[in-house]
Design a protein around this ligand. Sequence first.
Ligand code: ATP
Length: 240
Amino acid sequence: MIEINNLTLYYDEIKFFNKIHVSFPTEKMNIILGQNGAGKTTLLKIIAGMVKPDEGDIKTNNLKPFYLPQKINPVKGLSLYEYISSIYYRQDFKWQLSKEEKNKIISVLEELELIKKKDIATEKLSAGEFQKCNIAIGLLSKANLLLLDEPAANMDLINQIKVFDMIKKLKDKNITTIITLHDVNLAAHYGDYFVGIDINRNIFSGNKENFFNEKILKSIYNIPFKITNSHGEYSVQISN
Ligand code: ATP
């Protein structure tokens, strides 16, 4: 378990999180839901160690985190392949890649169907292609705790499915993922465990059966929903 206990955080002298408790099971796909500004990115950054809380206790079980921000600017002048390779140079302070490392990059690019774009300058990739390229870096990293901030934001439906199918497989490699997401149906389809933050920063959490509950979703989004469950496949609709 990743555990956050009694956590308080101030932003500009205003209490943002007030003694919150939240935990995430390891080796699962965890999804954080909430309205814009609810604090999803803040929570990810706290787990990544990038935002230091004012009080509280965070236990990450010594997992090695990799945080993928919501928005990254392309690096001008670098091709997709060079950009991805640079992560190895950076993390290991080296100038050359081994054959094995090169093959690993190629196989991830093939899996994400980016191989044909490998020599294209990063600034010329579409937003979704560049996002996939950054997810490839997460998959190549040696981290076992992937913190992905809206990884599917710029992707079409097919690419969202491909990327989430890949992320799902990471559980078999003992990798824990915590993902922020706005699409509740995508969340219900792929997630194992859910954390919701409402606008008053109350935390709701649970597995699919507990969390996909009309009352909980209404508290988080402040609008009514209708949830149907067909053989374990949850479908969430806005209810008027
Ligand atoms: P979105 O869905 O829009 O990405 P979010 O749930 O990820 O939103 P956060 O990025 O965590 O929300 O931000 C929550 C709130 O905290 C926002 O109102 C934001 O402006 C504010 N905030 C974030 N970082 C800081 C900071 N360093 N100092 C002050 N306020 C901040």
